[in-house]
Design a protein around this ligand. Sequence first.
Ligand SMILES: [Zn+2]
Length: 121
Amino acid sequence: MVAVDTEHFRTLLLEERARVERALGHLHDENQGDITESEEEETFDNHLGDSAAVTYDREMDYSLEENSGHVLAAIDEALTRIDGGTFGTCARCGKPIAEERLEAMPYATKCIDCKRLEERA
Ligand SMILES: [Zn+2]
């Protein structure tokens, strides 16, 4: 008996993985370009008269990069679960995770009930 269409979610996960990797690659490119672009950015800052906003964007980028790393790991784990046949099963209570939840977050490891319990704790 197949509870969920794992091939469908495998595709979703691979697409999401590619998207996150592109985002990470973009961030890395930007960071590497700091030295050559600094002159241009200074002009940009002065023009705006608000360098704080630019700094803020930078920090946002770093946290995005961090989160993307976590998401990539979660996606890989989900792909492993597909291969292992445990995909779509809650890691805490063992019940099936709602498909609509998996559609929104294919790398979810817990059902919504357990997730809520966890967030409350
Ligand atoms: Zn659960």
